[in-house]
Design a protein around this ligand. Structure first.
Ligand code: GUN
Length: 282
């Protein structure tokens, strides 16, 4: 079974749009998401367009602040501080990666944690690992939603996560633990990785290398979640981290790239923006 993140996110966004339509009467306005795009990286521009399109669809107020790549760190932090103080702004997202002269961690720490729709602020990350209420990072949250929608039982399963980034690998491992899976976190240099991945009931791959996961690494019946977004050098097409053609026949459930995890990330960003809005309204 191929899980369509595209279809699931379309359904969830339609439900959110209905909810958001009731907000002006209840709260006097709709959620307001501000995205900051630094420079002209084509991949970042494309991600930001996807976020704008989704925000439009669910009925948010939204805007994108585009700055040149040469903006100083201090100027960028000042923009963020202004948005923190703006009572009409509910969600702030700074598209990553940033130019080398800007510290990503300083930027993330500067965003008010109540407006941190990415769930990247250290206070949010700490709450996640302490089991306290928090804004969940979008990609891990989207992955759990997809697994549940596909009817995958997580409790008691062996989950293997390849990748240990703060954005995907580590938080998805925590969310799988919260669902009572037993989780192994690996990386690209893990010794004898195939012997570990072959034991996985659920395999999540977030490495960023095309065809990193080959058919010999996956056992029959595995649930395969592909978080990779790579360009195929020959065709120029978007591909994930798993060799989809070779693995799809073995997997019980698999996510495609594009149209899998990516749309769910954006969908959860919309959900997080509503959560931040409601949190601020109360
Ligand atoms: N760049 C790639 N993925 C993300 C994301 O989820 N949030 C932000 N802010 N930047 C990204």
């Amino acid at each position: 079974m191929i899980i369509s993140g595209k279809d699931l996110s379309a359904k969830l966004k339609a439900e959110m749009a209905e909810r958001v339509a009731t907000f002006p009467e209840k709260y006097g306005r709709v959620p307001n998401l501000v995205v900051i795009l630094v420079g002209d990286n084509p991949a970042s521009q494309s991600y930001v367009r996807g976020k704008e399109k989704a925000a439009e669809l669910v009925g948010f107020k939204h805007s994108t602040i585009c700055t040149p790549a040469t903006i100083s760190e201090a100027e960028l932090l000042d923009i963020i501080k202004g948005l923190n103080e703006d009572p009409e702004v509910d969600g702030i997202l700074v598209q990553l990666p940033l130019p080398k002269h800007i510290s990503e961690s300083k930027v993330i720490e500067t965003i008010a944690k109540e407006k941190d729709v990415d769930g990247f602020h250290p206070a949010n990350v700490a709450s996640l690992w302490q089991g306290l209420p928090c804004i969940l990072p979008c990609t891990p949250k989207g992955i759990i939603k997809m697994l549940k929608e596909a009817g995958v039982e997580i409790k008691g399963k062996r989950a293997v996560v390849i990748g240990r980034s703060n954005i995907v690998g580590l938080p998805v491992a925590k969310l799988l633990l919260n669902e009572n899976a037993t989780v192994t976190v690996c990386h690209s240099k893990t010794v004898d990785l195939p012997s570990i991945t072959r034991q996985a009931d659920i395999l999540v791959v977030a490495i960023g290398r095309a065809k990193f996961v080959t058919a010999d690494m996956v056992s029959e019946g595995t649930v395969v979640i592909d978080v990779g977004v790579n360009r195929d050098e020959q065709t120029g097409k978007l591909v994930g981290d798993v060799d989809f053609e070779a693995i799809e026949p073995k997997a019980s459930v698999i996510t495609p790239v594009p149209g899998g995890v990516g749309p769910m990330t954006i969908c959860c960003l919309m959900e997080n923006t509503i959560e931040c809005f409601l949190g601020r309204m109360q």
